[in-house]
Design a protein around this ligand. Structure first.
Ligand code: SAM
Length: 270
């Protein structure tokens, strides 16, 4: 299991990307509807905090599969909504260098548009600037609509405390989280953070969540949280958090397969 660094790619990557595309498209469409009713010119704000290099070269050979930044751009093109500002963040400079080239390929005139920023940074440090970026983008943090996307390799790469602070200020930004189920249970960083799936809604202050069927590989489980009610999307495997299937999934993702209770050391989860 990869805990840190690198762009984790595997059997589930394509399915992850399909899920992220569907959620982003749904969100952008919804914001477009709200904006047109209110005749507001405010932008859609998107922050991809584990953006990677833009292309997953090692899966679906020889073509590969789009990465999350290009998926966002594709969803914007497909919804016909171009009033967005997007920040793509990764700590790995090789990834961000390649992403700049990939994003150039996707834009019509071969240059990165002014609405896109590719940032080489630790995502925790970056989070602290999100409210200011929103203000510079012409909106107020408490009113801004958009998404924060989290797609870590494991428990590392999720700046829990900084995200808590951002979501406290930006309550209308939705959260899309590819939750590393097995990693949170089994890797030391998961144990140190002690964040479990059940804690995520309160931590990120979102009252309505969808939870998707976990991927067979390492129980990566896509979540979407927002503060407005929305329908489920069970056709694509997304269930309401409190539905029967939603509760079952949460139980599966949270429970160790087996536990061993050591008389002195406490419980060890297999
Ligand atoms: C699973 S990959 C992302 C894949 C990408 N979202 C996609 O769809 O192709 C996780 C990424 O998180 C980045 N990462 C890990 N820790 C980070 C941190 N503290 N700050 C910023 N990026 C981080 C890694 O460099 C890696 O590129």
């Amino acid at each position: 299991m990869t805990a840190r660094g690198g762009q984790g790619q595997g059997a589930s990557t394509e399915e992850k990307i399909r899920g992220i595309y569907g959620l982003l498209k749904m969100n952008i469409d919804m914001v477009r509807g709200i904006r047109s009713r209110k005749t507001s010119a405010a932008a859609y704000f998107h922050f991809d905090l584990n953006c990677g290099c833009g292309w997953n070269h090692r899966v679906n050979p020889p073509h590969g599969v789009m990465g999350s930044p290009l998926v966002f751009l594709q969803a914007a093109v497909d919804t016909g909504f171009d009033n967005y500002r997007a920040w793509f963040v990764d700590e790995n400079p090789q990834a961000t260098d390649e992403l700049i080239r990939q994003a150039e390929l996707m834009t019509t005139d071969g240059s990165i548009e002014s609405e896109l920023s590719v940032v080489t940074s630790d995502n925790g440090d970056f989070c602290e600037s999100i409210p200011d970026f929103i203000k510079q983008g012409g909106d107020r943090p408490e009113f801004a609509l958009g998404t924060i996307l989290l797609d870590p390799n494991g428990p590392n790469g999720v700046p829990w405390a900084q995200l808590q602070a951002v979501f406290a200020q930006c309550e209308r930004l939705d959260c899309i989280f590819n939750f590393p189920g097995t990693g949170m249970k089994r890797l030391p960083e998961g144990h140190i953070n002690r964040v479990q799936l059940k804690d995520v809604p309160e931590l990120f202050r979102k009252s309505h969540w969808l939870v998707r069927e976990p991927m067979p590989s390492q129980q990566f489980t896509l979540l979407m949280g927002r503060n407005t009610e929305s329908g489920d999307w069970s056709k694509a495997g997304f269930h309401h958090w409190d539905s029967r299937r939603g509760r079952e999934i949460r139980e599966e993702v949270s429970s160790p397969a087996r536990s061993y209770v050591h008389p002195d050391q406490g419980t060890f989860d297999f």
